[in-house]
Design a protein around this ligand. Structure first.
Ligand SMILES: NC(=O)c1ccc[n+]([C@@H]2O[C@H](COP(=O)([O-])OP(=O)(O)OC[C@H]3O[C@@H](n4cnc5c(N)ncnc54)[C@H](OP(=O)(O)O)[C@@H]3O)[C@@H](O)[C@H]2O)c1
Length: 228
């Protein structure tokens, strides 16, 4: 596969860090974004990626980064990975504040990031956007016991994927939602069954095989379809 330019959000730790390290190892030119550039891990620093600052919940931060990236040679793949979980697993815990906090990062962030980076993506070769969703966003399989705001945010992100896929189809874009599976990260917890490095390797292998015909799909790391 020829060298691509790839931007990954939320690369300070967890799955975003695995994306950055794995893609750089495979020869891609990776722009890894973190919220706090003063606290970059040794692993990220040593991986040879370019690190940029981004708070995906802050429109001004998105705008500043997009200006830099859009003035460059082009971007082949945007991975909207940054995400937060909510603290509202029961109906009694529902609140405006929690919904706003979670939607800012999980929905508004990826939607506006994609729009802001369209000039760079249009200059790129593969025109791909991978939105990191979750099976908890599946309405068909709606699972009790998890954060309302989180599940609703991933359902909303899936709609963003479906809309972008249709609107950007004439330009040959491939926009998909991936569930990475339940992984051992700060978000997934120590009891999670999956190893982040394994999951991200599988997700990347599946993502690399996608074509524009797959645009608008919602899938697991093995490429199997998740019901909306
Ligand atoms: N782990 C799982 O089992 C699992 C399952 C399904 C889906 N997912 C999805 O996979 C993605 C990554 O999850 P993870 O498990 O790696 O989570 P994690 O370990 O909690 O890491 C989250 C990452 O997102 C960043 N982030 C949070 N808010 C941000 C913001 N406003 N702007 C920019 N970066 C922000 C964090 O940066 P800081 O270090 O600055 O906080 C961190 O790098 C998320 O979208 C999540 O919903 C995870």
């Amino acid at each position: 596969m020829p060298t691509r330019s790839v931007l990954v959000t939320g690369s300070s730790r967890g799955l975003g860090l695995e994306f950055a390290v794995a893609l750089a190892r495979a020869g891609d030119q990776v722009i890894a974004t973190v919220r706090n550039t003063a606290k970059i891990s040794e692993r990220l620093r040593g991986s040879g990626v370019r690190v940029e600052s981004l708070d995906a919940a802050d429109p001004a931060s998105i705008h500043t980064l997009a200006e830099k990236i859009n003035s460059g040679p082009g971007l082949d793949l945007l991975i909207n990975n940054a995400g937060v979980i909510g603290q509202d697993p029961t109906v009694d815990a529902l609140s405006f504040d929690e919904f706003r906090r979670v939607f800012d990062t999980n929905v508004f962030g990826p939607a506006v990031m994609t729009r802001a980076l369209l000039p760079a993506l249009r200059k790129g070769k593969s025109r791909a956007v991978w939105n990191i969703s979750s099976e908890l966003g599946s309405i068909a399989e709606s699972t009790p016991g998890f954060s309302y705001a989180y599940s609703a945010s991933k359902s909303a992100l899936n709609m963003v994927t479906a809309r972008l896929a249709k609107d950007l189809a004439p330009d040959g874009f491939t926009v998909v939602s991936f569930c990475p599976g339940w992984n051992k990260t700060d978000m997934g917890g120590a009891q999670a069954p999956l190893d982040p490095a394994d999951s991200i390797a599988k997700l990347i292998a599946t993502g690399n095989r996608l074509t524009a015909a797959d645009s608008g799909r919602y899938m697991r790391i093995d490429g199997s379809t998740i019901p909306w």
